[in-house]
Design a protein. Structure first.
Length: 220
């Protein structure tokens, strides 16, 4: 068990939301540099993309609270930031859902351009992946190529990119290489039907093992 450094995860009152409770001694709001806070506020009052995204996200939260699904919120967000062309970076395994989402985008007057994770079709061995850790040993098995997915959408000059089920880490690479802002519609969880929070709900029972993980055999 590593040393516990107190931060928001150890906070009971969560008083930064309504300022109606006493904050804890380690409160990050209390410790925040007020000059930095003021600079952020000023930045978000303008007409730059960050400001438009900040206002769009807050307005959608307030206006559609518990009414709009995430699919609907994504469309609303794209429209409110003035996006015309939406990139869809999808996992091959979720391409049916991506196709449906593209229909939703088009029905709402948005352009859509989709790139599947296996674009480029580079065998995993090319980046040093051993055959015994392929899903099907001895086969040609293309790696996910989120860098090429991002570069392809960059070339398409998309205004917003939406992730549909990219793997953990592949999503990180995509986000790192995307020029347009990125939002996530679907997070992949092959075990839990793409609902990873279910594991957290169950740490008191079926997923207790998450709190006492076995040592990773690869870990030194
Ligand atoms: S900022 Fe302060 S009040 Fe808000 S969650 Fe973190 S510790 Fe709690």
């Amino acid at each position: 068990m590593s040393e516990i450094i107190e931060s928001c995860s150890e906070c009971g009152p969560l008083s930064c939301y309504r300022k109606d409770k006493t904050p804890p001694s380690f409160c990050l709001t209390e410790a925040a540099d007020q000059q930095v806070v003021a600079e952020i506020v000023e930045h978000l009052q303008g007409d730059n993309l960050d400001a438009r995204m900040a206002r769009a996200a807050a307005e959608i939260e307030g206006m559609y609270y518990c009414k709009a699904t995430r699919v609907e919120e994504t469309v609303l967000f794209a429209k409110r930031i003035g996006a015309k062309r939406v990139g869809v970076a999808t996992c091959r395994g979720l391409v049916q859902e991506a196709r449906t989402f593209v229909k939703v985008l088009r029905a709402n007057g948005l352009e859509a351009f989709t790139v599947v994770c296996k674009i480029g079709s580079v065998d995993k061995s090319e980046i040093g992946i051993a055959d015994d850790v392929k899903i099907e040993k001895g086969s040609y098995e293309a790696m996910c190529n989120p860098v090429l997915q991002a570069k392809t959408l960059n070339a398409q000059k998309t205004d917003l990119n939406v992730l549909v089920g990219l793997c953990v880490g592949h999503d990180s690479l995509f986000i790192k290489n995307s020029e347009a802002p990125v939002t996530t519609l679907v997070v992949k969880d092959r075990v839990l039907g793409h609902n990873p929070v279910a594991a957290l709900y169950e740490t008191h029972s079926y997923y207790r093992r998450l709190l006492t993980p076995p040592k990773d055999p690869e870990e030194k």
